[in-house]
Structures are given as structure tokens and as C-alpha cells.
Design a protein around this ligand. Structure first.
Ligand code: FMN
Length: 195
């Protein structure tokens, strides 16, 4: 699919096929939308990883977590995506649907979405370099990340939707976040209905 086709055909999806998301599709989505594009000499690291999506100061302030509900080739559970290593680190076992329903303002997403990607801003990383007003840049970084997630999902023939309607404390409990970690956006993803 060309970029033009992906931009024209992109839509937010509110329902998904029952079938699980394959590890290969999830891997491609994470790699191309949120993964590392190149390495440069920066911050005292000769191989400092920069994301494919631009981020303020190249800090990669927004870190992805993945809640796997229905997937093939991957155990159910809550994961952290380690972008430089392109690895999923399993943090906990499958999240009960009841707990996930408490996360969403529209709880139907909990039963429909095979996979939920949570974008989480690491404020300490940002405020170590910048002044307080730069708390805003994490939201811009989040927007850029989701602007990658949408067309990459489309090109992979997947269905996805950005979701800002979530409850911080419930999500923080599911992901095991600390006070300096601020969830900024969810992205639910799976196969298109009828595919
Ligand atoms: C930052 C952001 C947050 C969103 N949050 C929600 C949400 O909480 N619930 C929802 O149903 N849709 C949500 N959406 C999807 C929008 O409603 C959708 O993008 C809009 O209706 C336009 O439709 P389209 O994406 O198909 O062009 C969100 C989209 C964005 C970009």
C-alpha cells in the first residue's frame, strides 16, 4: 500500500474480528510505528537509539506498553515494548476483562480489542533535560506516535483506534506505573471485522 492509499483509507475502528492478532503483525506495527530507526552519538552514548517517530530532544519520552488479550504466538499478558531491542518484556499475566473494562470510559473496547497499546510518558526523562513547561511536549510526542500507528495499521490491513477515554488510576494499576509515568493515550488494534 502506498502512503497516499494508507492516508486515504485510514479510519478509526470500533469493532474487530474475533480472531487473534498474530505476533508477526503486532511485531511489524510496533517496529514501524514505535520502533527505533537509527542510532547516533548522543547523550554520552555512541549508539543512542532514535525512534522512527520524531520526539522532542530525541528522548523517546513516550514508552509503549502492550496489553495482549487475543494473540497468536504470544502469551496473554501485560508487556513493555523495549524499542531499542525490539523486544516485548512480559510484566504480568493476562489482564482479566473485568479489570480492563474499568480502564475504558467505553468498556466495550475491553471485550472487543485483541490488543491495547498504551502510550506512557516518562516525565522524569523529559524534566531531567527540559524545564517544567515541557510537560507539554510529551503530548506532542504522543500525537506523533499515534500518527505513525494509524497509517502503519492501515498498511498492515489492521483496524485500530486511538482512545483518550480511559481512567488513569485503573490503567496505572494494570500496567504497574509509578507516579512519574503518565499514560497519555491508548491505541486498540486487531483485525478488521469480517476478515
Ligand atoms: C487523540 C484521540 C483520542 C481519541 N479518543 C477516542 C475515544 O476515547 N473514544 C473513541 O471512540 N474514539 C476516540 N478517538 C477516535 C476519534 O473519535 C476519531 O478519530 C474521529 O471520530 C475521526 O474519525 P476517523 O479517525 O475515522 O477519521 C480518538 C482519536 C484521537 C486522535
Amino acid at each position: 500500500m502506498t502512503l497516499t492509499d494508507a492516508l486515504w483509507s485510514r479510519r478509526s475502528a470500533y469493532s474487530f474480528a474475533c480472531r487473534p492478532l498474530e505476533l508477526g503483525s503486532l511485531s511489524s506495527l510496533l517496529r514501524l510505528a514505535l520502533g527505533v530507526g537509527r542510532r547516533v552519538d548522543a547523550y554520552g552514548d555512541p549508539q543512542y537509539p532514535l525512534s522512527l517517530a520524531p520526539s522532542a530532544g530525541g528522548l523517546r519520552s513516550v514508552r509503549p506498553y502492550v496489553i495482549v488479550q487475543r494473540a497468536e504466538g504470544l502469551e496473554l499478558g501485560v508487556y513493555r515494548y523495549d524499542a531499542p531491542a525490539h523486544e516485548l518484556e512480559r510484566l504480568s499475566q493476562a489482564c482479566e476483562e473485568r479489570r480492563l473494562r474499568e480502564v475504558f470510559v467505553q468498556p466495550e473496547f475491553a471485550e472487543r480489542a485483541p490488543v491495547v497499546i498504551a502510550l506512557v510518558a516518562d516525565l522524569e526523562t523529559v524534566l531531567r533535560k527540559y524545564t517544567l513547561r515541557h510537560y507539554r511536549t510529551v503530548h506532542v510526542d504522543t500525537g506523533l506516535a499515534v500518527q505513525n500507528l494509524y497509517p502503519v495499521s492501515t498498511a498492515l490491513r489492521l483496524a485500530g483506534c486511538a482512545v483518550a477515554g480511559f481512567h488513569d488510576s485503573a490503567l496505572g494499576r494494570v500496567l504497574g506505573l509509578s507516579p512519574g509515568q503518565i499514560p497519555t493515550l491508548l491505541y486498540v488494534v486487531g483485525h478488521r471485522p469480517g476478515t
